[in-house]
Design a binder for this molecule. Sequence first.
Ligand SMILES: O=C(O)CC1=CCC(=O)O1
Length: 96
Amino acid sequence: MLFHVKMTVNLPIDMDPAKAAALKADEKELAQRLQREGTWRHLWRIAGHYANYSVFDVASVEALHDTLMQLPLFPYMDIEINGLCRHPSSIHSDDR
Ligand SMILES: O=C(O)CC1=CCC(=O)O1
């Protein structure tokens, strides 16, 4: 199942810079592992915002929830989710 996910990161302005750097490094490591595994299909920066548009490929809504909750930055994110299905006019034969 494919899901379009918008993540907006809101780190507290007074967060210890070392803690923020560690959270971002941990987030990057997990994000890159999930991309290599094929779970995190797309990751795009939204220009001008500390936010991204992503596409996740997971088995269920529960799997998406569990994946997002693992993210180190999860406590500091606003997340919007939309489920995706094939468009009848799409010329692509698979869901990539
Ligand atoms: O920077 C972001 O948009 C949040 C994020 C997602 C994966 C990552 O490494 O950072």
